[in-house]
Design a protein around this ligand. Structure first.
Ligand SMILES: NC(=O)c1ccc[n+]([C@@H]2O[C@H](COP(=O)([O-])OP(=O)(O)OC[C@H]3O[C@@H](n4cnc5c(N)ncnc54)[C@H](OP(=O)(O)O)[C@@H]3O)[C@@H](O)[C@H]2O)c1
Length: 336
């Protein structure tokens, strides 16, 4: 049966322009990297997608390889779109990517035109869509001329398979060259998707400034450091959490004593602000005026509601920011 969306869905969310483009994204977007694959419970995935939309989360982010098995997260969203959200297609921004290994042989990964266009066609078929809103190159390709990869993104837009294009995991110098090529082709880059959170700040010195100067949006992935920037690991590794799963990317060895000590101190700062640590971590990512969206993951509906709660307090005083920097610096200086 078709979903009847909440009449209040646009009341609590903030929407920000992606760079100098006309497209606005929700401050909180939902990614389908984990928990939406063919091995996960469909009912949970479905309820998270519907709840997200009801909370004003209009942007769902995918990649060809999200699952497992690869491709199955797109199939899950395709099923929910077709069964429940068909009437709301024009209220949704759906992105996908290609770049990582997707099928065997020389045409199933990296950045060739052959791979990117075939992958986009496959994604559209799994999603049951005529077009995606944003098509990304997922990671730099060392052996493909940048002109070829950007040419494929331009073609994706010209052929009507994508409305906008973006890049992910591109370092500043390469990004600068990609932007020039896309500009020449007449398909400006809408957005960049880097990793950014309290523990991973490498985009701060250069990339953020470049994006702002170029008028390109920024959507930060893993803003909760895969769950580490919440209070869930302070008393051990809970059953069913990402760090407890054999196939997750967050491994128990990432939860070092020093990291957890840092998390505990950050949690105390969050409490002083009247927030959960997850809310603080998201608000901190969104404190940059040029940050279009924080791209979260979730394993249950309550985490989505919790994430949106960050919007109640996005402002940081100078002393709060200094306290946070001191916590991060103190642990960084102490090796495990
Ligand atoms: N472009 C790229 O190369 C790239 C790479 C990675 C990710 N991404 C994108 O970014 C999206 C988000 O990545 P991510 O999943 O790593 O994001 P994240 O928001 O840092 O981590 C999400 C995980 O944190 C835990 N969590 C969330 N809210 C919580 C709360 N309130 N309390 C306790 N735990 C909470 C959940 O894990 P549990 O299972 O433990 O509950 C959840 O699945 C992906 O889906 C994908 O779209 C892109």
């Amino acid at each position: 049966m078709s979903h009847v969306a909440s009449a209040h869905r646009y009341e609590g969310m903030h929407y920000r322009h992606s760079g100098r483009s006309g497209l606005k994204l929700p401050a909180i977007s939902l990614g389908l990297w984990h928990n939406f694959g063919g091995l996960d419970a469909y009912e949970t995935a479905r309820s998270m997608l519907l709840c997200a939309f009801d909370l004003g989360i209009t942007h769902f982010d995918l990649a060809n390889n999200y699952g497992p098995p690869p491709g199955s997260a797109e199939a899950t969203l395709g099923r929910v779109l077709s069964d429940e959200l068909r009437a709301y297609r024009d209220e949704l921004v759906i992105s996908t990517k290609a770049g990582y290994g997707m099928w065997p042989g020389p045409y199933g990964e990296w950045g060739s035109r052959k791979y990117l266009i075939a992958s986009l066609d496959q994604s559209l078929s799994r999603l049951g869509l005529d077009y995606v809103d944003i098509f990304y190159h997922h990671r730099p390709s060392p052996e493909t001329p940048l002109e070829e990869t950007m040419g494929a993104l331009d073609y994706a837009v010209r052929s009507g398979k994508a409305l906008y294009v973006g890049v992910s995991n591109y370092p500043p110098e390469l990004l600068g060259r990609a932007l020039r090529i896309l500009e020449r082709l007449g398909t400006p880059c809408l957005i960049h998707q880097p990793k950014y959170n309290l523990f991973e700040r490498s985009i701060e010195p250069e990339l953020l400034g470049l994006l702002a100067a170029e008028g390109v949006g920024c959507i930060a992935f893993s803003p909760l450091a895969q769950g580490l920037l919440t209070n869930k690991y302070l008393a051990g590794i809970p059953d069913g959490s990402r760090a407890a799963k054999p196939r997750g990317f967050l491994r128990p060895e990432h939860l070092t004593k020093a990291k957890l000590a840092q998390v505990e101190k950050l949690d105390r700062i969050a409490q002083r602000r009247g927030q959960t640590l997850a809310e603080l971590a998201l608000a901190w990512v969104l404190r940059h005026p040029g940050m279009t969206s924080a791209l979260i993951g979730a394993s249950r509906v309550a985490q989505l509601e919790g994430a949106v709660g960050c919007l109640k307090n996005l402002a940081f005083s100078a002393s709060e920011l200094e306290d946070i920097d001191n916590v991060l610096a103190s642990t960084a200086a102490r090796p495990e």
